[in-house]
Design a protein around this ligand. Structure first.
Ligand code: CO
Length: 648
């Protein structure tokens, strides 16, 4: 995982910053913290929740010319543990000033990694906690894993305003053992993270620990398969991309890489070069929120619904990616510089991986009359990071394709969350994966915020579905069907669900730019796998994760609207984010707009998901739709001399 630095290793001063969207350097983070400390306004027990580049305005970024002076600002969220108070601070790093310092009442920032560690220590030191585990035959605290799940908000007045976590426990059989094989069912430690002590032990029932180990590490596997020969990906002349700071060009794509503690990977100013100019497609793209509601009503599981972006900070949980394992081929890595809760700079080596992949054929045709074949190989540029959130791993992948398409894919792996059952019992709300061990049903909803700028800043969004023409004089054989487009004029019209049986997609159109055929240029948002939420409409989790209620949301651009479940989802009572943003039903027609896409992965666990889950994927695509006049990849050269790979 991350390494903490006492002195930043690869710091660059702001003088070396060559673009306003370069992520904060280690030195800049340290400078921002120093400014805040020097103010004398910090309480004795204050945590730095996040330190992020305070992004300059769109105007500034889009009009930036190399050599222009760059004002660097940081946006910092701090939590005063003694006062249970949250402050948002903006500092000018280049100016050496604090620009604003605002108390934000009634909110809780994400749970910080340091709090995970301290919470585990505090629980293990608590006599009642030890007694509850002893009752279950667990006495060696070194083997107990305490997992602080976010507490949510369940209308309990006593809990309101207290910084809480609901810790679940697992027990390892030995130090390297997979502890998720032995959940401590029926026991929840409710911990006040400001006071760092247990305020309530919920002890519903004593269920024996499941008997079998669930180990997957190589050291536990007695015989590995021996029939696998090496696959080597080589690029003898190097990669086809070039990198300047965090600016990337590859084939005709131009974009910038960013990384924030909350969102992880961010792509900025994505454009495609066409006819000698870069045509913009997206201004900013990032995962804005996710939520994993569990579908089991039993005491240990009925409040499990992690918002892994807003409640934990998915970027803070980024892995250090390793060559040949997480990514294959010629890799370009990017480190991330984030912070711990003490305000120290933390370097995440190789947090982001970028590489090219061969993806089969781009296009092909064989003319049987001339016996001539034209075929092109496709490749894509992959920019990714992987985060470990307790038991689960999420890999987040942006794909840029040669034909102007953009893909986004999440890979879900790691270890499913588990529960224990008495011998002989099964569970309606989950799947048995080992003796006395089950995995509760759950879903994973991801919301991706796409600040679109298809060929310019003002766009409109249309819903498109396909209609079967009724048989009649115009359709004598009943074979006709056609696409019907409807302009989505307001935010509420743009609250939409997927509709695969009617082939629904949405298109983001620039009404003021026409292609060579006279059509307005556009990109289509093509949904992939998706589903609906199964929680009750008036349930607490549904109120808090309102973004699950629709797959498409569109808002007019407002830099204050960044997160699908609002700025502070941790312990939030609900209604924030997209439901609140869209409540005023603003116009979204021919304007600077933001598209928010929610996709739900339905996870009814399989026995094969245990003890470690083969990666499952969920994705969507953005494809050019009349953005070009024709297939833009005719200029992709054949791999070898004309036809040689097809005519033996
Ligand atoms: Co799952």
């Amino acid at each position: 995982m991350a390494t903490q630095l006492s002195t930043p290793e690869t710091a660059a001063s702001s003088d070396a910053i060559r673009h306003p969207l370069e992520p904060l350097t280690a030195e800049e983070i340290a400078a921002a913290v120093a400014l805040i400390r020097a103010s004398g306004r910090l309480g004795a027990r204050t945590r730095f929740a996040s330190i992020t580049l305070h992004e300059p305005s769109k105007e500034r970024v889009l009009h930036y010319q190399p050599g222009d002076p760059i004002a660097r600002e940081a946006f910092i969220v701090i939590l005063d543990n003694d006062a249970n108070a949250v402050f948002e601070i903006v500092v000018s790093i280049t100016g050496g000033d604090i620009l604003s310092w605002c108390h934000i009442p009634g909110v809780q920032p994400h749970i910080m990694y340091d709090e995970f560690v301290e919470c585990e220590v505090a629980c293990k030191a608590d006599p009642a906690f030890r007694a509850a585990l002893a009752k279950r035959g667990v006495t060696n605290m070194d083997l107990v894993m305490v997992e602080p799940w976010s507490a949510g908000e369940y209308g309990d007045a006593e809990e309101r305003g207290v910084r809480l976590t609901r810790a679940l426990m697992f027990v390892r059989a030995e130090p390297n053992d997979n502890g998720y094989a032995r959940p401590v069912e029926g026991l929840v430690a409710v911990v006040d993270l400001n006071a760092m002590r247990i305020v309530r032990l919920e002890d519903a029932s004593v269920v024996p620990l499941p008997p079998e180990a669930g180990n997957y590490a190589a050291e536990y596997i007695p015989a590995m398969r021996t029939d696998r020969k090496p696959i080597a990906i080589t690029q003898p002349e190097g990669t086809s991309f070039s990198v300047d700071g965090h600016a990337v060009t590859w084939q005709k794509w131009h974009f910038r890489i960013g990384f924030t503690p909350r969102e992880g990977l961010v792509l900025h100013t994505i454009g495609y070069e066409d006819g000698g100019r870069i045509r913009p497609v997206i201004y900013r793209a990032a995962l804005s929120e996710m939520v994993v509601p569990y579908g089991d009503p039993s005491p240990s599981h009925n409040r499990k619904n992690a918002f892994d972006v807003g409640e934990y900070g998915i970027g803070l949980m980024a892995n250090a990616l390793e060559l040949g394992c997480d990514c294959l081929g010629e890799i370009r890595y990017f480190d991330a510089f984030l912070n711990d809760s003490r305000g120290e700079v933390v370097r995440y080596p190789n947090a982001v991986c970028m590489h090219e992949e061969d993806t089969g054929i781009l296009w092909k045709h064989y003319d049987w009359r001339t016996n001539h074949t034209e075929v092109r190989r496709a490749r894509r540029l992959v920019v990714s990071f992987i985060a470990t959130v307790g038991n689960y791993e999420y890999g987040f992948y942006w794909y840029l394709y040669q034909d102007g398409a953009i893909g986004y894919e999440v890979k879900l792996t790691g270890i499913i969350n588990t529960g224990a059952l008495p011998p002989g019992e099964t569970r309606k709300y989950g799947t048995m994966v080992a003796p006395q061990l089950y995995a509760p049903n759950h879903q994973h909803f991801f919301n991706v915020r796409l600040d679109m700028m298809v060929d310019g800043p003002t766009n409109s969004v249309y819903e498109v579905h396909t209609v079967a023409e009724p048989p009649g004089p115009e359709n004598p054989h009943g074979n006709a069907f056609f696409a019907e487009s409807t302009l989505l004029k307001t935010e509420q019209e743009a609250r939409q669900l997927v509709d695969p049986l009617n082939a629904r997609y949405w298109k983001i159109v620039n009404p003021s730019v026409r292609n060579g055929l006279g059509q307005p240029v556009a990109y289509k948002l093509a949904p992939g796998e998706n589903t609906r939420s199964f929680v009750a409409a008036d349930s607490f989790v549904r109120q808090r994760a309102g973004f699950m209620g629709n797959h498409l949301w569109v808002t007019p651009y407002d830099p204050a609207e960044q997160y699908a479940a609002g700025d502070y989802p941790n312990q939030h009572p609900g209604g924030a984010g997209l439901p609140a943003y869209t409540a005023a039903n603003r116009s979204i027609e021919n304007s600077d707009l933001v598209v928010w896409y929610t996709m739900g992965h339905h996870h009814l666990p399989r026995p094969e998901d245990w003890p470690v889950m083969p990666a499952s994927t969920i994705s969507f695509m953005l494809k050019p739709l009349g953005f070009f006049d024709r297939n833009p990849t005719l200029d992709v050269p054949p791999e070898m001399a004309h036809g040689a790979c097809c005519h033996e």
